[in-house]
Design a protein around this ligand. Structure first.
Ligand code: ADP
Ligand code: MG
Length: 278
C-alpha cells in the first residue's frame, strides 16, 4: 500500500487541515451558505453522481438565494401588498376564461423589461386581485420594485399630496416604480381632479414602467369612473398601446366556495338524519 504517511505533509499541516483552511477562506470570502452546506451537498452529489461543476453550481446558487432573500423580503414589504399570494395557490380550472399559459408566461416578468402593461377584466370574485398579487410577488422575486394600490386609494393619495405640495415628489416616486399595480378601477367613481391625477400617473409611466390594472368594468364603461370621455380615451390609448389582457369572466370563487361549503355541511346533516339509507 502506498499510503502517504502524515509525517510527509508540510510542517504545521495535519490531515484535517484542508477543511480548516477551507472553512477559514470561506469565512473570509463571506460565503456563509457555502460554508454551511458544502459537506451536505457533496454527500448528495456523490450519491447522485453529480459532477464537480454542477456541485459548485448548486452551492453557489444556494449562496445567491440566501443573499437575495432579505432584499426580496424588503421589496415585498415596500410593495404594500394587502396579502401575499402566488400562482401556487391559484386554481386555474376554476376560471376557464383565463389564459393560463399567458398568466404563467407573464409571471416570468419579461413584460416588465419591455415596459408593457397588463389589464385584468372580470366580474367580482373571479381572482383578479389574486392574479395581480401573484404577478406582483413574482416581480419582487425577479428583482423589480413594485407598488400595489387601488384606484380609489391612489387618487386620494395624489389629491392629498397635491394639497400638501408634495405632488411632484409623489409623481416622481410613482414613475420610478418598475411595476405599479392599480387594483379595483371601477368600484368607486373618482372625482374629476382625482381622475385627472390618475391619468397623469399613467401618462408619466407610459413606456417607462409597467402598470397592471384590474377592473370589474368593460372598457366602454370606464368613462363612468373617470368622468370624462376625453380622459378615458387618452388613458386607454396609453394603457393599451402595449398590453396583455387577462379575461376573467366567470362565477365568483368566493360564492362557489361558500356554496360548496354549504352543500357539504347540508350533506353531512342529511347523512346524519337518514343513517339507514347509507
Ligand atoms: P376579485 O379581485 O376578482 O374580486 P379575488 O382575487 O379577491 O377576486 O378573489 C376572491 C377570493 O377568492 C380571494 O381570497 C382569492 O384568493 C380567492 N380566489 C379567487 N379565484 C381563485 C382561484 N381560481 N384559485 C384560488 N383562489 C381563488
Ligand atoms: Mg379584487
Amino acid at each position: 500500500m502506498s499510503r502517504v504517511p502524515d509525517d510527509n505533509l508540510p510542517t504545521g499541516t495535519t490531515a484535517g487541515a484542508p477543511q480548516v483552511l477551507l472553512n477559514h477562506h470561506l469565512k473570509q470570502l463571506k460565503l456563509p451558505t457555502v460554508l454551511r452546506e458544502y459537506e451536505k451537498v457533496a454527500r448528495e452529489c456523490a450519491r447522485d453522481g453529480v459532477d464537480h461543476p454542477r456541485y459548485l453550481l448548486r452551492l453557489i446558487e444556494l449562496e445567491l438565494i440566501d443573499r437575495e432573500r432579505p432584499t426580496v423580503e424588503r421589496r415585498i414589504r415596500a410593495a404594500r401588498f394587502p396579502a401575499v399570494k402566488s400562482f401556487d395557490t391559484f386554481d386555474f380550472t376554476a376560471i376557464p376564461s383565463l389564459n393560463k399559459m399567458l398568466a404563467l408566461d407573464l409571471a416570468r416578468c419579461e413584460y416588465i423589461l419591455r415596459r408593457e402593461n397588463i389589464i385584468a377584466l372580470g366580474n367580482s370574485g373571479t381572482g383578479k386581485t389574486h392574479v395581480a398579487l401573484a404577478l406582483g410577488l413574482a416581480a419582487c422575486q425577479k428583482g423589480f420594485t413594485v407598488v400595489f394600490t387601488t384606484a380609489a386609494a391612489l387618487a386620494n393619495q395624489l389629491l392629498e399630496a397635491r394639497d400638501e405640495k408634495r405632488l411632484l415628489k409623489m409623481q416622481r416616486e410613482l414613475a420610478a416604480v418598475k411595476l405599479l399595480i392599480i387594483d379595483e378601477l371601477g368600484y368607486v367613481p373618482l372625482s374629476p381632479t382625482g381622475a385627472e391625477l390618475l391619468f397623469e400617473t399613467f401618462s408619466q409611466r407610459y413606456e417607462r414602467g409597467s402598470t397592471i390594472v384590474t377592473s370589474n368594468l368593460p372598457f366602454e364603461d370606464w368613462t363612468q369612473v373617470l368622468g370624462s370621455e376625453r380622459l378615458t380615451g387618452a388613458l386607454l390609448d396609453r394603457l393599451t398601446h402595449h398590453v396583455s389582457i387577462l379575461t376573467m369572466i366567470g362565477d365568483s370563487y368566493r360564492l362557489k366556495q361558500s356554496a360548496s361549503r354549504r352543500r357539504t355541511a347540508g350533506g353531512a346533516e342529511q347523512n346524519q338524519a337518514t343513517p339507514d339509507e347509507n
